[in-house]
Design a protein around this ligand. Sequence first.
Ligand SMILES: O=C(O)CCC(=O)C(=O)O
Ligand SMILES: [Fe+2]
Length: 193
Amino acid sequence: MMDLFAHEDLGPRNVLPHSGIANFFGAVLSHEGADKALASLMSDIEWRNDEYNFAGKHIVTARKIAWYGDAPSHSNQRRVFPWVPALLELKELVERTCGHKFQSCLLNLYHSGEEGLGWHSDGEKTPVASLSLGATRRFVFKNKADKETLEVQLAHGDLLVMEGETQDYWLHRVPPMKSVKEPRINLTFRQTA
Ligand SMILES: O=C(O)CCC(=O)C(=O)O
Ligand SMILES: [Fe+2]
């Protein structure tokens, strides 16, 4: 019998109702491929605690981060490491899938559901491609004007690409989920050097 919906999953779905585009592609890696990527990144990435100043306090997060890119650099603010093979492979997969090229990547490591990331917009006006590995976590958008919220579940191997006016009109966050015991790595590929 002909399946009328056979091609339903081929294209991405924009999860935002207006004022931006957040294209959800679902899993772009096989389960096995995602397992391998997660294991490689756990060991090959130079994970560091994120540090910033907020309300006169120096904050050191439990969540770990790392920057990689075409233009390695080292300042007090940020160290950018040169691409490593596991990361380059993922970058190329993401580029092929969404049709954009990327020059850098911010990785976030959430050791468990105790760790999250608060409301923010990314600084980029250009596309940001987010690849998730490990534990499924909620990713929540909030409209800056009318406070409307909506969320997607980001699972092992899922790709979400934010573009257009998304960062101007929407905040996003990864709320803590106390029931989650497993780690998650998120990679955001960016067009900033
Ligand atoms: O972990 C995520 O899914 C989001 C990460 C994020 O928003 C960021 O790195 O700017
Ligand atoms: Fe972000």
